[in-house]
Design a protein. Structure first.
Length: 149
């Protein structure tokens, strides 16, 4: 009797949300591979060959290469934005600092998906020593000027 009431309530709430006839949904039990690192009770990370799989209730929802850092950052941010897990859960499970996860989420919310995949890499480059400055410095050296004046 108790189960029938819950099923009836569940059907009514689904009908109110979608405004359609209720379709019976199949219950999916969370079966994870044995070496899955769990983020929370529903989400886990599984590594096989050179790929990293993000699982939800045992089914893969995202996949990326182990060395694809931009895709990994996007997936981590997307998990938090879709409320599948929290920043602290990801931080504890994957060994990433909480602030980095928050930074990825902020970038996804403010800059969008394109920022993760189409940004130019600027780290390790001197932003002040451009080609024009380099040519000017070379002409000064050629004229015999010393950097110490």
């Amino acid at each position: 009797m108790h189960i029938n009431i819950l099923q009836k309530y569940h059907r009514i709430s689904i009908c109110r949300i979608f405004g359609q006839k209720f379709l019976d949904m199949q219950l999916q039990l969370p079966f994870f591979p044995t070496d899955t690192r769990m983020i929370n009770s529903n989400v886990g990370v599984f590594s096989k060959d050179e790929f990293v799989y993000f699982l939800f209730n045992g089914s893969p929802i995202y996949c990326c290469l182990k060395d694809d850092l931009n895709n990994f950052r996007f997936i981590v941010a997307n998990l938090v934005v879709n409320h599948l897990c929290t920043c602290s859960e990801i931080s504890h499970a994957l060994g990433i600092h909480v602030r980095n996860v928050q930074r990825y989420v902020k970038a996804l919310n403010e800059k969008g998906v394109e920022w993760f995949f189409n940004r130019e890499e600027r780290r390790g480059q001197c932003f002040k020593f451009t080609e024009s400055v380099k040519k000017e410095a070379q002409t000064m050296i050629d004229k015999g000027r010393s950097p110490k004046r």
